[in-house]
Design a binder for this molecule. Sequence first.
Ligand SMILES: [Zn+2]
Length: 393
Amino acid sequence: MYPTPAQQAALLEQCRHARYVWNLALEQWSMWTRDKGPTPGYVEQSRQLTEARAAFGRLRAGSQTVQQQALRDFHQAIRNFYRRTHQRPTWRRAGMHEGFRIVGAQASRIVKLNRRWAKVNVPKVGWVGFRLSRAVPEAKSYRITRDRAGRWHLAFAHIPPTIPAPGTGEIVGMDRGVTVAAALSTGELLTCPGLSEFEQARLKQLQRGLTRCRRGSNRSRRIKAAIVKLQARSGDRRKNWVEKTSTDLARRFDVIRVEDLRITQMTRRPKPKPDPEHPGRYLPNRRRAKAGLNRGILANSWGALVSLLERKAAGRVERVNPAYTSQTCGVCGHCAQENRESQAVFRCTACGHQANADVNAAVNIAAGRAVSARRETPVWVSPKREPQQATSV
Ligand SMILES: [Zn+2]
C-alpha cells in the first residue's frame, strides 16, 4: 500500500488502537489466579469495550471494527495456545506489531483503477492506493500491516486453490541440506538466497556502528533503519524463493517425500561425549556450533518450504522417518556409519557409489517408507473465523 503521510498517521493510529485493546485483553487474561473466578471471555470483553468506548473519547474516535477484531484475534490466539499449536500470546509492541483487521461490508470497498493499481476505502482513513501484486479474491476480510521496514501491506483472507498433480506418477525425495537449503533425489541442490557477500559485510559494519553510537540519537536511528532495510531485503528474497520453489515442486511431481521433522529433532541432536579423563564430565560436542545463526535461517526456510508444499500440494506430501537416510547407500542399500566420508560427501564402502551426501539422503527419502502427513481428525473451526489451512497446523 502507498498511503500519503496523513493517511500513514491515521493508519498508525488504528494500529495503536488494535494494539492497546490486545494488550488490555492480554493483561486481563494473565491476571488469572487459582483463587479468583475465570477471566472475562470474548463476550464479556467486547461488552467492556463498548463501555470503554462510551467513556473514552480517544477510543471512540477509532473504528469499532478494528478494536473488536483485535479482541477476536486475541481469543483466537488463546484458543491456539490451549490447542498447543501456538505459543503463548505476547505483548504487542510499537514498531514490531503494527496491523489491524477489517471485516464485513466495509472490507469490500475496493475499486480497481487499472491493471496494476487499485484503491481501498479504509474506515476512518479514506481511500488508500495499493499495487495489485495479484488478483483481488472474493474475501470477507482483509488485514493491513506495517512491517518493520515501514512498508504497508494489504492482505485478503483467502486460501488459494491447490495445485493439481501432473499425473506422471513421479516421486521426489527432499532432504534438508547442510550447506544448501535442500537437496532433491533428482540431484538438484536448492540454494535459498540470502544477502550477497557485499550486503553481509555492510550489515556487519552497520551493526558494529550501532554499538558505538548513543542510544536514541539521530545517528543510531538512521543506522537501525538501514539494518532493518537490509534484513527485510534478505527476508523478502527467502520468502520469494520458498514460494517459487514450492510451486515448482508441486507442479513437477505427483508425490513429494520429506523427512519427518518431529523425528529429526530427536535423531539429529549430537550425542553427549563423555570425557575419558574426568568421569562424569563431557567434552564439547559442537552442539553450540550447530545452533549457529546461518543454520537457524536454513532451518526456517526449510520449515516454511515444507508447510507451503503441504498447502499447495495438499495430500501429496508424505513424511518419512529419516533414520539412517544419511548412512544408507541409495544404490545398493548398504548401511554403515563409514559410508559418510564427510559432511558433504557420501561414499559407499560396499559398492563404491559416490554422491553428494544430501542428494544420497534425498534418494533414500524418495524410496522411503511413507507416513501420512495429514492429520486424521480435522480441527473444528468456527465458520466466522478467517479461513485457515488445517494441514499447516
Ligand atoms: Zn552401495
